[in-house]
Design a binder for this molecule. Structure first.
Ligand code: SF4
Ligand code: SF4
Length: 436
């Protein structure tokens, strides 16, 4: 099959597992836990106190600088403001709200200004006030990303590749409600004035592609790019290469090659913020894997504990080995299932055993397979060796910070070396050295 970016692999995708249930069910948590840090940047300060009654959509945390607010995803009473377990593995100060089940909402202010009269300040302000972050996993504040792209991009990309195995949240969004995505794209096109606007999807999403093809005549200027499925095509730099042939240099951002990439769920959230005045309080989450009884996608309120969703999906198999936030390649294993869904949570993956787990006595066979598949053109075998030796100078020379932790090398490695785990350690070592 044609390869549009360097490296990459073909893992078993297992996507059909969560798409047989076609209805997007909702879930009503008894309490929600809203972390005051769900984005890259400075944490929010709480704007509420214990005992306060809050409404759905009410702003309950905000801050200065690189920061976007967080909102109540239910109506009810604040019962605690305290550090709680977070998907990052750390404890994060969180607002805990007991759901009164009434969904009493703050008034949302719609904006139906014709697209050609929509002004940039209004769009950016609404994106910020709605607390929008990159929903594909990056969690970078949406207003800041849009602002930094202004005047600097000729290509705007909507990323619907969703290349990680098992995850079908974006696919479900496109199959059920694609219009908000396309309208969100029109809004950012109005702000960024790109020459090319493209929605990129992999060719394993036939139903979504058919739906989009039916709608696109109503959205002139938006191009649909159907790409051959290959992991990690959904990573920003690889997607840009696949679509434009441009390569983002080590340490640089997409804007350096005049591109801006937003996830399709982010575009839908931008539409809701700008047109409907609604903050980001819910998202689609895939609950899947061999260890869950009824894999499917849900519409989930931000702050819903993982354990509530797992129960709603029929519960875990007795032989469950791991529950992961995200996909099997780039996700993070969770020890505590009371952790809440955050804005960037696209999947809860429940696995019976570790397909790519490290061997008891991992050994490098010097086969070079990891080098061939690395989409960032890195040298995983040497990086592994230098992390073990604590050689920060060599790790810097080998651009370890450029590792996107895609796991392609570990997936391919016949020696079963814990490569990604080591590269996370290596990146930490380099960052610490740079701080000193
Ligand atoms: S995890 Fe890092 S080193 Fe391994 S293939 Fe991906 S980018 Fe390359
Ligand atoms: S794929 Fe694994 S065994 Fe082969 S060279 Fe790379 S690290 Fe060594």
């Amino acid at each position: 099959m044609k390869r549009l970016f360097f490296g990459g692999i073909h893992p078993k995708y297992n996507k059909e597992m969560s798409t047989t249930v076609t209805t997007l069910h909702t879930i009503e948590p008894r309490t929600v836990v809203i972390p005051l840090l769900q984005h890259i940047g400075a944490p929010c300060q709480s704007l509420v106190q214990v005992g306060k009654k809050v409404r759905l959509g009410e702003k309950i945390g905000d801050g200065e600088g690189l920061c976007v607010p967080v909102h109540a995803s239910v109506s009810g009473t604040v019962v605690a403001i305290e550090p709680r377990p977070h998907v990052s593995g750390r404890e994060v100060m969180s607002v805990v709200i007991e759901n009164d089940g009434k969904d009493t909402a703050v008034p949302f202010t719609p904006n139906d200004t014709p697209l050609e009269n929509l002004d940039t300040d209004t769009v950016l302000h609404r994106i910020r006030e709605a607390g929008i972050v990159g929903m594909g996993g990056a969690a970078f504040p949406g207003n800041v990303k849009a602002l930094s792209a202004m005047g600097n991009v000729d290509t705007l990309i909507a990323n619907a590749c969703e290349c990680e195995p098992y995850i079908t949240a974006d696919d479900s969004l496109l199959r059920t409600t694609p219009e908000p995505v396309l309208q969100g794209m029109q809004i950012l096109t109005r702000v960024l004035h790109p020459k090319r606007v493209v929605l990129a999807v992999e060719d394993n999403k036939a139903e979504a592609i058919e739906k989009l093809r039916g709608l696109l005549p109503g959205y002139p200027g938006i191009e649909l790019a159907v790409l051959p499925t290959r992991y990690p095509q959904g990573a920003e730099k690889q997607l840009i290469q696949a679509l434009t042939g441009r390569e983002v240099e080590p340490g640089k951002l997409p804007v350096s090659v005049n591109c801006a990439v937003f996830n399709v769920s982010t575009f839908a959230a931008i539409y809701r913020a700008v047109r409907l005045g609604q903050p980001l309080t819910q998202r689609i989450v895939t609950v899947s894997g061999e260890a869950i009884a009824e894999p499917q996608n849900f519409i989930v309120r931000i702050g819903t504990p993982f354990e509530d969703l797992i129960k709603r999906a029929g519960g875990l198999h007795d032989r469950t080995e791991r529950v992961i936030s995200g996909g099997p390649m780039m996700g993070f294993a969770q020890k505590d299932l009371s952790v809440p869904v955050v804005k960037a949570t696209n999947s809860i993956l429940c696995l019976l055993r570790d397909e790519n787990g490290a061997a008891e006595n991992p050994v490098c066979l010097r086969c070079g397979k990891c080098v061939v598949v690395c989409p960032m053109r890195l040298q995983p075998l040497y990086m592994y060796r230098f992390v073990k030796a604590g050689r920060v100078d060599e790790l810097q020379r080998l651009n370890v910070l450029d590792c996107i932790e895609c796991g392609s090398c570990a997936f391919t490695c016949p020696g079963k070396l814990p490569l990604v785990e080591k590269f996370r350690e290596g990146k930490k070592l380099v960052r610490e050295a740079q701080t000193k």
